[in-house]
Ligand binder design. Structure first.
Ligand SMILES: Cc1cccc(C(=O)NCC2(NC(=O)c3cccc4nocc34)CCCC2)c1
Length: 247
């Protein structure tokens, strides 16, 4: 069971996303709990201010310390265990499946979403255990990155993925890209489904799938290949692929 406390000035952004199939069912099964926290509720001035001008000048606004500190203290006081505290930030370590699996072991997770030009540094110094980025591009806020983390971590919690899960595949292909997939019709615009997939020979099908996953990974994401734990059989398949691809 993982409880996610998501701190944002736009908590309503999350409602639709977490009311969809897998995450909704996981909440109903009591496997995950999602607590949407509006930072503005912790601002005590009459305008419920959460941002202010940067010292030293410069464009944009900075998220203020008081509302965020109050929110962290309140959540931590009410939490059963000390929450693991994440700030979604472009300055963070790039999120990946390994991190998702690691976070699925936590009991309580606070995810702070940035807005404006960012947060007052004292928040990062005092309240954050780790910063995570979902990639190198400019976004308007940390909310979408937070949804990505909740989605990826929730899938790794036992029981969240029904038996229709592709989790085994995830683990089997861990670190590789997916193999080509087909469904009916068998032929479309003259393009046929590979015969091997129609043989019912599972060993042959598995070999073909593993080889195509290796081929796709080699051609599109060789960096993943370096990280993947390959078997002797994989290296044989790679030999064949190198020859076929004329590399
Ligand atoms: C490459 C680069 C350099 C400098 C700024 C930015 C940028 O996008 N700054 C804007 C903010 N970006 C994010 O929060 C954010 C962005 C991207 C991935 C993320 N993964 O988690 C949070 C993420 C930060 C405060 C408000 C939104 C991006």
């Amino acid at each position: 069971m993982v409880t996610f406390h998501i701190l944002s000035i736009f908590p309503e952004m999350f409602v639709g996303v977490f009311q969809e199939s897998i995450l909704k069912r996981a909440q109903e099964k009591g496997l995950i709990k999602i607590n949407l926290v509006n930072i503005r509720n912790y601002a005590t001035d009459k305008h419920r201010t959460t941002d202010d001008y940067p010292y030293g000048g410069g464009p944009g606004m900075i998220m203020k310390v008081e509302p965020i500190f109050r929110a962290f203290y309140d959540i931590t006081a009410k939490a059963k265990t000390k929450p693991h505290r994440i700030f979604m930030s472009p300055q963070g370590k790039t999120f990946n499946q390994k991190k998702a699996i690691e976070l699925a072991e936590k009991k309580e997770i606070i995810i702070l979403c940035g807005r404006y030009e960012g947060i007052d540094e004292r928040i990062r110094e005092e309240l954050i255990d780790e910063e995570i980025s979902i990639g190198d591009y400019v976004l308007t806020g940390g909310e979408l990155p937070a949804m990505v983390v909740v989605d990826a971590v929730s899938r790794m919690i036992p029981g969240v993925l029904g038996d229709e899960s592709s989790k085994e595949d995830d683990s089997f292909y861990c670190g590789l890209l997916g193999y080509p997939q087909y469904t009916r019709p068998r032929e479309f615009q003259g393009k046929k489904v590979p015969d091997v997939l129609l043989t019912g020979n599972h060993a042959l099908i598995e070999r073909w799938r593993r080889k195509e996953a290796l081929r796709r990974t080699l051609l599109r994401r060789p960096d993943l290949l370096v990280e993947a734990d390959l078997t002797e059989e994989d290296y044989k398949l790679l030999e064949e692929i190198y020859n076929e691809e004329g590399i």
